[in-house]
Every structure is written in C-alpha cells, then in structure tokens.
Design a binder for this molecule. Sequence first.
Ligand code: SF4
Length: 462
Amino acid sequence: MTDPITTRLLELYRIGPGPSSSHTVGPMRAARLFRETVLAAGLVPVRLEVELLGSLSATGRGHGTDRAVLAGLLGWHPDTCDVDELLALPARLAVSPEIAWGEHTLALRPADVHFLPYRAYRGRKLPHPNTMICRAFDAGDAVLLEETWCSLGGGFVARGDGSGGDPTDVSRAPPRHPWHDGDSLVAAAKAAGLSIGALVIENERAWDGPEGGSAAGLDRVWEAMRACIRRGLAASGALPGGLGLRRRAGGLLARVDGGKVEAGYVHIARAQAYAFAVNEENADGGRVVTAPTNGAAGVLPGVLAEAADRLALDREAIHRALATAGAFGALIKHHASISGAEVGCQGEVGSATAMAAAALCEILGGDPDEVEYAAEIGMEHNLGLTCDPLKGLVQAPCIERNAMGVAKAWSAAQLALGAGTGHLISFDRVIQVMKRTGLDMRREYKETGEGGLAIGVHLPEC
Ligand code: SF4
C-alpha cells in the first residue's frame, strides 16, 4: 500500500517575502530552526556563520538569501516579518551587529553569511542543490553546533541528514479520503461523489478537528494573493537589481480597461496583468504566496482573481479552487519537484500552470477526469523548461513566463473540458517525465544564472 499524501494546503501556500521561496523563504525558515535548536540546547555562542552552497550560492545574491538568513538567525518568520525592515536588515546589522540571543547577546554581521564559490565545493556531493551549513561558535572559536539544511523549493526545508524539518507524510494522521497519485485522486473523488476540490477540503476539515483553522487560513492566503495584486497594480518604476526592468502590471491592465485588447483575449489579458502584478511585487521583495513557489507565484492568483470577479465566485468556491490546485501541487512536490534548482522552471512555472489549469477546469464545470487532464496538459507543454534568470534575479524571464503560464493554463482548461475519460498521457506519467527531464538537465539550466538567457548577462564569480 502506498502512503497517502498528507501535505496540507497551508504548507503549500506559504505567505512570505520575495523574491524566492527556495532562496528567501526556505533559508529564513532553516536559519530560524537552527537558532531554535541552539537555544533549546542551552548553547551560548558568541558567533554564528552560515555557508551557502549550490544554487543558494550561485543566485543567492540576486534572491536576497543573505538577508533572509540573517533574519532567520534573528528569529524572524517569513509569514510575519516586515518586508521593508527585511530589505534594510543587512545595512542595519553592518552598523549595529549586537543581537539578543536568549538571555545573552552576540554579534551578527552580514559578513557571517558566505556565498561559497563553486570551486570550493566542486566534486562534493550535496544533499540538495540548495544547501546551507549553519554553525555556532564559542568564545574560543570552537564549533558548538553545526547543522546542514536544505531548501527544497516552495519554502519547504529539511535537515541534510533527513532528521528534521517540515512534517513528513508519515508523521500525520491518514486523510479521510486517501490518495497518493493523480489516478487515485480522481478515483477517490469519483467514489465520494465529490469534486477534487471538495474532496481535499473534506480532508482538511477532518485534520482540523473541532477547532477548525484551515478555512480561516485559506481566507488569509486568498487575501494575501489579492492584496499582492492590488499593490503590484498600483506600483510603478524600475525593479531593483540593475536589469532596468520597469513595472508593467498597471499599464497592462489599463490597456484591458481602455478597450485596447482584442475582445476575445480580454479575460486572459486581465489575468496576465494580475500575474505581472504579483511577480513584480515578488521581484521587489514584497509579500507573496507560494503557488507553489515565489518565482511562479503569479499564475494561480492571476487566473483565480480574474475568474473570481467575472464569475462571482463565493468563498467556498475559492477554497475549493485553491484545494484543487493544491492537490496537484502536492503531487508534483511528492513525486517530482517544485524546485527550479532541482528540475528547472518546469518544476516552478510548469507546476503553477498545471495547478491553475486544474483549478480553472473545475471552476468551469470539469469533472475529476477532465481536471486531471487539464493539469496534465498544463505540465506537458512546459516539459524541458529551463531556469535561466538574468543576473540571478527573479525578473527575466520569470515575470513574463508567469503571464505565459496564465495563457497556457487557460488553454489547458479549455482543451480538457468535454474530453471525458481516457486521454493518452496521465498526469502521473507527465510528472515522472518532468522529474527525469529535470535530472537530465545540466546544472547551468537549474537556477544557477549561468545558462540560457543568463549567459553574458551575469558572469558568476566561481
Ligand atoms: S526561470 Fe522559472 S524557476 Fe527560474 S527563477 Fe525564474 S521563475 Fe523561478
């Protein structure tokens, strides 16, 4: 018997600062967990050090990994930290490095976070392409504690030796309606006479118990998505990092509202403007929701916000849509990867496209077979998509790529509707192929900023 998937929706949809779930949210969470371990052990370090390896080192500067690690060591949480204070943190610590550590203090400086050049660990087998090593030192500069942490994508983290991190499936009670892959998800929905979204919501409620919580959490996720769209549409000017990319979300929406977009394209164009708004906020370090990652955070809110307004979706329908999308995101996370550093952008924008396609297909009346087909199409036509961010920034090709994900999700939902059962390639098969393709990809195409479009724009220091 295969273990059922028990990833909860609020683990998949994490609210946190941009620009990257794997390079910002995950490292902040891992650094905070390291801090908690040191404090729980009663250790009193005088100095801390974090080494960033793999993709965290290659593109971590553009992703703000250093400030995220510093924030985690201070005990900040991605969900609640002030994004403006986060941006200013390295400068603040450079001037005033003394921080509270339990009942003591220690000095924490930006220089305590090291971006290790590739030559320093070439040939060494890392537990994950996003690896960080955290150390605490005593007054004699001896290591009190060393831990290796991995940022798995989407803000998920695990210790390098597998001894801790996010809860694993086996550590949680079995779901009310178990499913472990796409086929069993569809079968469970049909057996229960529920849509996929309704089935996943029933599982969430059963886990909640009498105290509830998941519905309020999904409200919070949805409000964070909408707030991000609002902020992104209202903002203007150049994005940080030196590419000179200017924000376009507000201008794109003005074209839609001004009747400058072809009538048949209006819905997609509006959703694309929303996706731009989210991804521009993300690029600027604003607060976004992983769906399933920060880099791919625009596709699902873009599609859902447009559909929600046009079709007057109520609260329950929004929750079901998030649940449907979340089920396919969880399947990808478990059986393939949502990490660009592991499998390229097919794992990020490809996954987001599949999730949004599934949600939209169900909103438009698709049955579980058609919803699974929509997710399959959404992923199939992103297979092989590399991750090659210019200057290691989550801007180009990322922002436009999310908007293209919106268009693909829309097409996938339409192609699946009315198709019934028996399509040739299953979702389970396509995510196996996605994983295999990702493993076959050269490292340059997996969030290192050294391949594809990034060549010549950013020369790595290693
Ligand atoms: S190219 Fe895709 S995977 Fe890479 S940083 Fe951009 S959105 Fe993320």
